[in-house]
Design a protein around this ligand. Sequence first.
Ligand code: SF4
Ligand code: SF4
Length: 441
Amino acid sequence: MAATLQAIDYSILQQCMHCGMCLPTCPTYDATKRERNSPRGRIALMRAIADGGLDVSETFADEMSYCLGCLACQTSCPAGVNYAELFETARSHIEQTAVQPGAMRKVWRAITLKGLFMHPRALRLAGRVLRIYQRTGADVLSRRFGLTALLPASLRRLEPQTPAMGRAFSPALVAPHERPKGRANYRVALLTGCIQDLAFADINRDTADVLLANGCAVTTPPVQPCCGSLHAHNGERELARVLARRLIDLIPPGDFDAIITNAGGCGSHLRHYAPLLEDDATYRDRAHEWDHKVRDVHEWLMQIGCRAPLASPFDAPTPVTYHDSCHLVHGQKISTPPRALLRLVPGVTLVDLPESTWCCGSAGVYAVTQPDQADALLRRKVSHVTATGVAVVATANPGCHLQIARGLRDGGHAIRVTHPVSLLAQAYRLERASASAQGTP
Ligand code: SF4
Ligand code: SF4
């Protein structure tokens, strides 16, 4: 993978034939109707930079920051433009030219991308501190007494949106090695993620339970490095390469039938370690094997023939809708398996969500860098969810989960947000409880 637009395989830039089929699917073009805010416009800018006709400027950096990286354009493009590669290369090029000013931006990137998200133990320590801050009510007091006014404007705005830390992190809920009752048909490794681990470790527990119920022996290393998705999307390609090597060392792909991820954003990046490490002779072959083994949890469960649970997590038939995470549907082309799994859960009535593949505005750090556009997309998503009349919305990415839950909460809507595997896990647990109450083994 190239680090600058001048070094990129030029044929990728030439793929765009300017047809405009992607324009109606692009949320930023939809918002402004300006060519430069469209995929076609951005690709033209990138090509001009690659040709040497344009310098990387602050205006170009702003344009690439306005792009969500949602990859809806990639799905709709008849020419198969690899926008993911273009997007990551453009952002990497921007970071190398340092055209974006702001000391705070540098400090913030140093703390997060170069600090916390490079060191999983430090990230968990920060998570613990945040949990104490939230559980003691110090967050509410800080807001009431105006202490949050001391934060920089972007962080001040973001502070109330900080995800609630889970009651425990993954190692407290998932053992390093777990075996199914009866024969293990598959050996899988479970990736616990970063935000998923801090805010939704219970979803990792649910994922392990569903895998166990379907004959998988599950290995879950207690301390896992970040997958590097956040780094690659934000122009830190070298750090993404370091993290990819660490993860391959920790979870040798040859030891497993599948490497499971339950987060759409991580999965989209995790499946592309081979191009990231193509010039690394030590890791190249293992990176190819890694990409071959990575599976989104829904995809894997459908591949091995997921068993329908016998119990329902609901007392009565319940309408449930599904929001597609951009990087699951556009980045990985996975849309049928999560819906098929939801249909397996007794009591679920699946309701179509209009514009289910339209970005909710989460998009990594987009709420920090582009808060107005992020909020506009969230309002649009919430209005569609509420119009369905459902009681539950399922989605498979922690960013979308947090964003939609915030939008529903702020709007006063009592609609629960969950992960598809959590509904399955609940159903299997009730099935087990009912079987043991009846004395069935
Ligand atoms: S990634 Fe999303 S926001 Fe960016 S150009 Fe493509 S469709 Fe538009
Ligand atoms: S759909 Fe593809 S080929 Fe057509 S303008 Fe958009 S990116 Fe270019």
